[in-house]
Design a protein around this ligand. Structure first.
Ligand code: ISE
Length: 343
């Protein structure tokens, strides 16, 4: 089989990173078309990829005859329309989180996909492809630590992008731990509570940062997450599992516990998510391309979290945003999972 043609929609930081990845490290696929509202940016990124065309309308890119699969890295608000067009054209699609920007439209995507009897949508929760998370899950599933009980997480960024607000700490940052919780424990989240300590004076005006999220799974397991998007030091994403017979920690960068301050930022702390999860993104894309190529036989064009996972994460984050405003724990409302019809 010849390489599949991929359309990349949105070539900001993440989209451009994926174009470079597809063009240089991923086998079995080539970037056929790029669409971005900033034409100059699209031209610049496409210029580095032989044979890649720039198309103005993302919907034309999805329908393009050279395109077999779509990678959505556009802003969240554009996802719903682009995802529905992919489903209509039966195009396999890898969509960066969030699936869509609200719960109802995320459910709509999951329902429409299920009605096709195919698995076409994969959500870009890249931590599921990271060696450390995979090793932690394998350790939990092996039973060596006994019953998993508690997960303590840390999620710190140097600074948030422009326009970040308090609810984005939940929808943009906590969403990763939401998916990690569902991935590691293999169960849904039942309630969320957001606690807002005294804000960091260096946080952008009006942004409540840090925030502490308390998640409770349906079987009663506890997950706490410190979210600190204006921490000013580096990209610190850690998790410590506490289980019946012991504990295990991932995300220490150097493998040791060392003081982390601005002074040792350069040498010890990973600067951002592209560096921390570079290998995970490579694995994610290679496995997605392989799944797309194999999908015609199975109707499953994904190898990772799907539309339901994107929807469930959106539902948990909506409960989190409600808790941010109202205080106290908020129950997560989940619809019945749509079953695949047909195949
Ligand atoms: C960003 O969108 C990401 O996905 C990063 O992984 C996360 O650390 C950051 O907080 C988000 O804003």
């Amino acid at each position: 089989m010849t390489d599949i043609g991929v359309a990349v929609l949105g070539v900001g930081v993440m989209g451009a990173d994926h174009v470079e990845r597809l063009a240089t490290r991923i086998t079995g696929a080539r970037v056929a078309v790029i669409a971005d509202p900033v034409r100059a940016q699209a031209e610049q990124v496409a210029g580095a990829v032989p044979g890649c065309r720039v198309v103005s309308d993302p919907l034309d890119a999805i329908a393009d005859p050279e395109v077999h699969a779509v990678l959505i890295a556009s802003p969240g608000a554009a996802h719903e329309k682009q995802l529905l067009a992919c489903l209509e054209q039966r195009r396999p699609v890898l969509c960066e989180k969030p699936l869509t920007t609200d719960v109802a439209t995320s459910l709509e995507v999951a329902v429409r996909e299920a009605a096709l009897g195919l698995r076409l949508v994969q959500v870009g929760f890249m931590r599921r492809f990271d060696d450390e998370y995979i090793a932690l899950k394998a350790l939990m599933d092996s039973g060596k630590l006994g019953l998993p009980l508690v997960l303590h997480c840390i999620h710190r960024n140097v600074s948030p992008p422009p326009g970040f607000d308090s609810s984005m700490v939940i929808r943009d940052s906590l969403v990763h731990e939401v998916d990690v919780t569902r991935f590691l424990f293999g169960e849904e989240i039942d309630s969320v509570e957001i606690i807002t300590p005294a804000p960091n004076p260096a946080a952008p005006h009006g942004v409540l940062d840090p925030q502490i999220a308390l998640l409770r799974t349906v079987s009663g397991r506890h997950v706490d997450v410190e979210l600190f998007v204006s921490a000013g030091v580096g990209y610190e994403v850690r998790a410590e599992l506490v289980a019946q017979h012991g504990s295990a920690m991932i995300g220490l960068d150097s493998g040791t516990v060392s003081p982390r301050t601005l002074r040792n930022w350069g040498s010890r702390v990973t600067p951002g998510f592209r560096e921390r999860f570079a290998a995970a993104y490579d694995t994610e894309l290679q496995r997605w391309v392989d799944a797309v190529r194999a999908g015609a036989d199975t109707g499953d064009y994904t190898d990772g979290p799907g539309a339901w996972d994107g929807y469930a994460a959106a539902a948990v984050c909506a409960a989190g945003v409600e808790s941010l405003h109202s205080g106290g724990p908020v129950r997560v409302q989940l619809a019945d999972r749509p079953s695949r019809l047909g195949r």
